[in-house]
Ligand binder design. Structure first.
Ligand code: SDX
Length: 430
């Protein structure tokens, strides 16, 4: 017998049997698609706190247990054994690649690792001090103009080609944002380097001297990329899905995801954390910031704390904190007092009832900025780094949605609380 939940309108006495659907793990869902036609009602869930918008097999989160799986593999095992490029293959195709599959995947991306020379002119339109996220939004959207014709989103071949183009070209666009800000010549992608070595080379190499990426930095950045690659139906991924549901150009959908990620409540938090730690400046100032975070009249929030889903430690924060320790030990001469401030802030906050009652723990953004700072990546580039890593999650979720039998344009409804119908009054009678 199929499982159902009965919703009864106690005003009319009418009832609706709603099917309950269960997945591999996680909360079962109540299918309410007949709620309006049968009971004349909508569900009401601002912020989609308890709304499942789709079926997905890519990522699973358990907020209470602090579990994160990508295609069934625990993030802790992927962080220890995998690489960002291998994770890209896993997210796209659902299975870890064989050696041959991985080499063919890498060769395919290397065939896509150029951007049209005209794209460089878009950067020239931005001031040198424009926020790199504002530039990344523009140039990623501009990519849609180069692939608009040769793109049939109903053709699976075109769809996977688009995914390869996004993964191969985003590091180029991201590194160019940094080069534009420092007035250095843009550096071409190189097929003889690994994904992260290539990115660091495009970021930091200059014509007048050789650049060899520090293996410690490469390892730390690859880990950070793995930890930011995908995260279920977060705000930016939901934006990409909604734009894609309208059958928009997928490069434009990724640009929409970058727009949403920029918000400081979302991916913009990693930059906001560093700015907050810089403002705290000394451990003795921490109590006043904790007080501000608790003050309802103060818009200040403790950046890097809290999460819509995790009501336990974000497993990614635990991995990054450990990597921070190792990196600062390995990189001689790096003294980041803000790491001490961050750990003391975490200790004090997690002893404070306000944070304990609200289950506010450090999230992925709390420590990630410290690793990026140790790698000499400028603070304004932190959310660009998040967008770079998450671009594979966005395009993987877009691919999954385009193949979904339930695919249809997303169109939420509302609870109307505006004026009743009224007659127009000419201006001379108002
Ligand atoms: C990411 O969704 C994802 O998966 C996102 C992400 C991903 O990988 O894609 O994990 C990446 O976006 C991580 C989150 C980064 N953002 C920040 O660190 C910004 C600071 N955090 C908050 O803005 C907030 O915690 C959110 C936005 C992350 C979550 O907001 P919710 O779920 O809507 O929680 P809420 O606003 O309803 O807060 C519940 C209570 C409130 O207090 P009360 O009204 O109950 O008294 O907790 C308080 C909030 O005021 N609160 C905080 C707080 N976060 C929540 N108080 C102080 N500091 C904070 N950071």
């Amino acid at each position: 017998m199929s499982e159902t939940v009965t919703i009864t309108d106690n005003k009319t006495g009418k009832s609706l049997e709603c099917p309950v659907l269960r997945g591999t793990y996680g909360a079962p869902v109540i299918e309410t698609k007949k709620l309006y036609s049968e009971l004349g009602m909508f569900t009401f869930d601002p912020g989609f706190v308890t709304t499942a918008a789709c079926r997905s097999a890519i990522t699973y989160l358990d907020g209470e247990e602090g579990i994160l799986l990508h295609r069934g593999y625990p993030i802790e095992q992927l962080a220890e054994h995998s690489s960002y490029l291998e994770l890209c293959y896993l997210l796209l195709h659902g299975e870890l690649p064989t050696q041959t599959e991985f080499e063919n995947f890498r060769a395919e991306l290397n065939r896509r690792n150029l951007v049209h020379e005209h794209l460089e002119r878009f950067y020239a339109g931005y001031r040198y001090d424009a926020h790199p996220m504002s530039i990344l939004i523009g140039v990623t959207g501009a990519l849609s103009s180069y692939y608009h014709e040769a793109l049939d989103i109903n053709d699976p071949e075109d769809r996977i080609l688009t995914a390869h183009r996004v993964i191969a070209k985003m590091p180029i666009l991201a590194a160019h944002c940094y080069k534009h800000s420092v007035g250095h010549p843009f550096v071409y992608s190189r097929s003889d380097l690994t994904y992260v070595e290539n990115f660091l080379n495009m970021m930091f190499s200059v014509p007048c001297r050789d650049f060899t990426p520090n293996p410690v930095a490469v390892k730390a950045l690859d880990l950070l990329m793995i930890l930011h690659a995908d995260h279920e139906q977060n705000a930016s991924t939901s934006t990409v899905r909604l734009a894609g549901s309208a059958e928009a150009n997928p490069f434009a959908c990724v640009a929409a995801g970058i727009v949403t990620l920029w918000g400081r409540a979302h991916g913009g938090a990693n930059e906001a954390v560093i700015r907050m730690l810089e403002e705290i400046d000394d451990v003795k100032n921490i109590p006043q910031f904790i007080d501000r975070a608790k003050d309802k009249d103060d818009p200040f929030r403790l950046m890097g704390f809290g999460h819509r889903v995790y009501k336990n430690f974000d497993p990614r924060a635990k991995i990054i904190r450990k990597a921070c320790h190792e990196l600062l030990d390995e990189l001689e001469g790096i003294d980041l007092p803000m790491f001490e401030i961050a750990m003391e802030l975490e200790r004090i906050a997690l002893e404070d009832n306000y944070f304990i009652e609200r289950k506010l723990y450090p999230n992925v953004d709390f420590y990630s900025g410290i690793i990026l700072k140790a790698l000499n990546i400028p603070t304004s580039m932190y959310t660009v780094m998040f967008a770079l890593s998450r671009s594979v999650g966005w395009i993987s979720q877009w691919l999954e949605m385009m193949d979904d039998p339930d695919f249809r344009i997303g169109r939420p409804r509302q609870l109307y609380v505006g004026s009743e119908t009224r007659e127009y009054v000419p201006i001379d009678k108002r």
